[in-house]
Write a protein that binds this ligand. Structure first.
Ligand code: PMP
Length: 776
C-alpha cells in the first residue's frame, strides 16, 4: 500500500524550515504524489525544496533515497540532481513530530532550475540524446552505490510487471483488458528469464517527463537542467531507467519510436547497451505502459469519480495500442538499429564447449556433465543465460558477494585514473599495506603484493629458504598450494595424482589431521597429529637442517578438514625447534570466513611466520599477498630486487581496500559466524535422519559434509556425492565435492549469503538426500 499523502499547511512548512533548518522562508505548495512538497523562498531570493513524508512511509527506502543523493553529490552528476541540505543538528533526514499525525521524516533539497520536460513542446534530437546520456551517466555513477533500502518491493519495479496481472480486472474495456493480459503473459513467460541475465543495480527508476527538467526551453538549444524526485530509487534491472524514460517521452510524440531512438542513442554513447538489452527495449517500454494503465485502472476502481485519472491515462492507452500493432522486430530495429554493437557475440553452451575443446588446453575442467553458462553474478547468486538463478555455495573468491558495487566502483574509478606499478609512490599502496597489516598480530607486519595464490606460496617458499638457508619442508597429505613447478612438487593433491611425478625429495608429508577418518579421532587427536609432524620434522632435520612447515589453517582440497585444537600449535613448536619457519596458507580461508577471527590461524591459536593470502582478497580481481615478519623480510633482502609487474598496482590496492571496507561495514565476519552456526545446526539435524551423512564439520562459512555408505566402515559415498551435487544444481544450488575420496560436499559461499537462502538450501538437501539411492 502506498501511504496516503497527508496535507500540511504552508505555515507549518515555514515553521519546520525555521526550527529544523534555521531557514526563514516563505513556503508555497508544490505537487506531490505521496509527500507534501513546498518551494521555499528566502528574502534574499534563494530557493529550496522541502519534502515532508507521511508517517507510514518506508523509512529504509527514504534513507536509501537520501543516501543516494548524498552519494551523487560527490560524482560528476552533482549539479544535475538535488543536493541534500542537512538540518541544524547535522541530520540529513530529520523527523518532525506532528502530534496526532505521528512523526514525519523531512528532507530539504537544493532547487534545480528548469521546467519539466512534460511542458516542453520543442524537443530537438540533441536534447533527447542529452537526456539519454545523462540518465546513462546517472546509472554509471550509481554503480558504486548500495544501500539495504534499495532492495525494496515496489509495484513500479519493471522486472515484476507481470505481478500486476491481478489489477487487469479493473480495466473496463474487454479488448484493452485482453491486450494487457497478452502482454503480461508474454512478459512472464519470455521476458522474466531474459531480464534476470541483464545488469542489475540501483537506478532512479522514474525518469518521467515531470522529473526531467529542461533549461532554455523557449530557445533554440534547450538542454537538460536536472533530474528530480528520487522517490522510486531502487535496485532493479539497470536498463529499466532508459525504458521508463522512453515510455514517457513517447507518450505524446508524433513519431514515438524516432524520439525514443534518439534517447537510446544518447544513453548508448555513455553506457553501451548490450545486444540482449537492445533486444528487450521495446518490450520493456510496453511493460512500463502496461504498469501505468494497470495502476491507473486500480486508482479509478478505488476512486471512481476521479476524472483526472481517466484523462491522464489516455495517452498511455493510445501509445500502448499503437505500439502493439507494430511488429516487435521492426520496432526494435527502429529503436536500436543504429546503435553500434560493443559486445562479444553470444554463443550457446554447446558452441562454447566446442571452442574450448579446440582452442583451450583440454585439462581445463568444467563443472557438471551439462556445463553451466553463467552470465551474471550478484551477491550470493549466479544467473545462467536463461535467467535461472542459482545460490552460489562454493565460491569463496567472490567473498563479499559477486560484483559488490563498492568494489566494482573502486576498481572502475581507479582504472579510469591510473594503473602503474610499485616503482612509483602511491597512496593506495601505503594505505592498503597499513590497513592489511593492521589485521595481523605482531610481528606480521611486512607485505609483498603478488597476483595469485600460487605466486604468494611460491614467494613464501623463497622467503623461507632465504631465511633458513634450507629447502626441507613438511606438508600435509592431499594438500594443494598452487600450480607452479615449485608448488606442484610439494602438493600431494597434484603430484601424487594422475600425471604427477610424486613429491619432491625435499617435501615430506604427514597425514591429514582428520578426526573422522584418520588414525587419531579422540580428544587428544590434536597433539597426536602434531606428534606426527614433530617426527617428520625431526626426520628431515638430520644433519642440522632447518625444516619448515606449510599448511592451510583449515584444509580445503583435503576435504574441508578442521584440524583439531593443538595440532597447529604442536606442529609450529616442533618446526621452530629446528630453526624452520611456519607458513600458513590462508588463500582459501582468510578474511573473516571462520567467523570467530579474521584469520583462520588465529582460531588455531598460533601466529605463523609467513601467511599467504589470495582468492577473497580482491573479490575476484586477480591479486594476492604474502605477509611476514621484519626479520624474514630482511633475510630475503639479499641484494636481488623483488619486482612484480602487476602486484600492488593502484587498481589492485583500491580493490583490496574496498574489500576490507565492505567486510568491516557489513560486519561480514560476525555474519559468517551466525550463518555458519545456522548451517552447522541444520546439517547436523539432517544427519539425524539421513544415514548417508557420516560427518558434518565446519568453522564459520567453511563447512564439509562427508557422505558414507556405511557409518561403521566409512565406505566413501563418492557417486552419491556427485548425484547430490547434480540434483542440487537442478534445484538452483551450486555445491561441489572434494576430499581424497571425492565424497565431501564442500560449502564455502560468498559471505553475504542470507539465512532464508540457507534454510531453502537445507530443505532442498533434505529432499535430495531422501531421493538418493545408496549403492550397496
Ligand atoms: N593455496 C590454496 C589453499 C588454494 O586453494 C589455491 C587455489 N585453489 C592456491 C593456493 C593457489 O591459488 P591460485 O589458483 O590463485 O594460484
Amino acid at each position: 500500500m502506498i501511504p496516503a499523502s497527508i496535507p500540511l499547511e504552508s505555515s507549518e512548512a515555514e515553521r519546520i524550515a525555521r526550527e529544523v533548518y534555521g531557514l526563514e522562508a516563505q513556503a508555497d505548495p508544490l505537487p506531490g504524489y505521496v509527500d507534501s512538497n513546498f518551494l521555499l523562498r528566502t528574502a534574499a531570493g534563494e530557493r529550496r525544496v522541502l519534502k515532508v513524508s507521511p508517517p507510514a512511509v518506508d523509512r529504509q527506502a527514504l534513507e536509501c533515497q537520501t543516501q543516494a543523493l548524498i552519494y551523487l553529490a560527490d560524482t560528476p552528476l552533482a549539479d544535475r540532481v538535488p543536493r541534500i541540505i542537512p538540518a541544524l543538528d547535522g541530520r540529513t533526514l530529520p523527523s518532525v513530530d506532528q502530534g496526532q499525525g505521528g512523526t514525519r521524516p523531512v528532507q530539504l533539497l537544493s532547487y534545480l532550475e528548469g521546467v519539466p520536460l512534460a511542458g516542453v513542446q520543442k524537443r530537438p534530437p540533441g536534447l533527447l540524446r542529452d537526456l539519454g546520456g545523462t540518465l546513462a551517466r546517472l546509472d554509471l555513477a550509481l554503480r558504486g552505490f548500495h544501500h539495504p533500502g534499495a532492495h525494496r518491493s515496489l509495484a513500479w519495479d519493471l522486472t515484476r510487471t507481470h505481478e500486476l496481472a491481478r489489477l487487469a480486472r479493473h480495466i473496463q474495456q474487454s479488448d484493452r483488458r485482453d491486450l494487457v493480459r497478452r502482454h503480461l503473459d508474454h512478459f512472464r513467460a519470455e521476458l522474466v528469464p531474459r531480464i534476470a541475465t541483464l545488469e542489475h543495480g540501483v537506478i532512479h527508476n522514474d525518469a518521467n517527463d515531470h522529473n526531467l527538467l529542461v533549461q532554455g526551453a523557449d530557445g533554440e538549444f534547450p538542454t537538460l537542467g536536472g533530474i528530480i524526485d528520487f522517490g522510486d530509487v531502487m535496485h532493479t534491472v539497470v536498463m529499466a531507467e532508459l525504458a521508463i524514460a522512453c515510455a514517457y517521452l513517447m507518450l505524446d510524440s508524433l513519431d514515438p519510436l524516432a524520439a525514443a531512438s534518439q534517447m537510446a542513442t544518447g544513453y548508448h554513447a555513455e553506457r553501451p547497451l548490450t545486444a540482449p538489452e537492445q533486444a528487450l527495449l521495446y518490450d520493456l517500454i510496453i511493460a512500463r505502459l502496461c504498469a501505468s494503465v494497470l495502476m491507473s485502472a486500480e486508482g479509478r476502481h478505488r476512486s471512481p469519480d476521479n476524472e483526472y485519472l481517466l484523462i491522464s491515462e489516455q495517452p498511455a492507452w493510445r501509445l500502448l495500442e499503437k505500439l502493439s500493432m507494430i511488429d516487435r522486430d521492426e520496432a526494435t530495429e527502429k529503436l536500436t538499429g543504429s546503435l553500434e554493437d560493443h559486445g562479444t557475440p553470444a554463443r550457446s553452451a554447446a558452441e562454447l564447449v566446442a571452442v574450448r575443446q579446440q582452442h583451450l588446453g583440454r585439462n581445463l575442467s568444467v563443472s557438471y556433465s551439462e556445463p553451466l553458462k553463467i552470465v551474471r553474478g550478484q551477491g550470493p547468486y549466479l544467473y545462467d543465460e536463461r535467467g535461472r538463478r542459482y545460490l552460489d555455495l562454493v565460491n569463496n573468491v567472490c567473498h563479499v558477494g559477486h560484483c559488490h558495487p563498492h568494489v566494482v566502483a573502486a576498481a572502475q574509478r581507479q582504472m579510469a585514473l591510473l594503473n602503474t606499478n610499485t616503482r612509483y609512490l602511491h597512496d593506495h599502496l601505503a594505505e592498503y599495506a597499513l590497513r592489511l597489516t593492521a589485521t595481523f598480530p605482531e610481528p606480521l607486519s611486512v607485505c609483498f603484493f603478488v597476483c595469485t595464490g600460487t605466486e604468494a606460496n611460491d614467494l613464501a617458499l623463497r622467503l623461507a629458504r632465504a631465511h633458513t638457508g634450507c629447502r626441507e619442508l613438511v606438508v600435509v597429505d592431499h594438500a594443494y598450494h598452487g600450480h607452479s613447478p615449485s608448488l606442484v612438487e610439494i602438493s600431494a593433491y597434484k603430484c601424487e595424482g594422475p600425471g604427477g611425478d610424486g613429491l619432491a625429495a625435499h617435501a615430506h608429508k604427514v597425514p591429514l589431521p582428520d578426526t573422522y577418518r584418520g588414525p587419531f579421532r579422540g580428544p587428544d587427536a590434536g597433539a597426536e597429529y602434531a606428534g606426527l609432524v614433530a617426527e617428520a620434522v625431526q626426520d628431515a632435520a638430520k644433519s642440522d637442517r632447518s625444516v619448515s612447515f606449510m599448511a592451510e589453517s583449515l584444509i580445503g582440497c583435503g576435504g574441508q578438514i578442521i584440524p583439531p585444537q593443538g595440532f597447529l600449535a604442536g606442529a609450529y613448536q616442533a618446526t621452530r625447534a629446528t630453526g624452520g619457519v611456519c607458513i600458513a596458507d590462508e588463500v582459501q580461508v582468510g578474511f573473516g570466513r571462520v567467523g570467530t577471527h579474521m584469520w583462520a590461524f588465529e582460531a588455531g591459536g598460533v601466529v605463523p611466520d609467513i601467511v599467504t593470502l589470495g582468492k577473497p582478497i580482491g573479490n575476484g580481481h586477480p591479486m594476492a599477498a604474502v605477509i611476514t615478519t621484519p626479520k624474514i623480510a630482511a633475510s630475503f633482502d639479499n641484494g636481488m630486487e623483488y619486482f612484480n609487474t602487476f602486484g600492488g598496482n593502484p587498481v589492485s590496492c583500491a580493490v583490496g581496500l574496498a574489500v576490507l571496507e565492505v567486510i568491516e561495514q557489513e560486519s561480514l565476519q560476525q555474519h559468517a559466524l551466525e550463518m555458519g552456526t545456522l548451517l552447522l545446526d541444520g546439517l547436523r539435524h539432517l544427519q539425524d535422519t539421513h544415514p548417508l551423512i557420516g560427518d558434518v564439520r565446519g568453522l564459520g562459512l567453511f563447512l564439509g559434509v562427508e557422505l558414507v555408505r556405511d557409518r561403521d566402515t566409512l565406505e566413501a559415498a563418492d557417486t552419491e556425492a556427485s548425484a547430490v551435487i547434480d540434483a542440487m544444481r537442478g534445484r538452483g544450488f551450486l555445491l561441489s565435492t572434494d576430499g581424497p575420496l571425492h565424497n565431501v560436499l564442500k560449502i564455502k559461499p560468498p559471505m553475504v549469503v542470507q539465512a532464508e537462502d540457507l534454510s531453502a538450501m537445507l530443505e532442498a538437501l533434505d529432499d535430495v538426500l531422501g531421493e538418493i539411492e545408496i549403492r550397496a
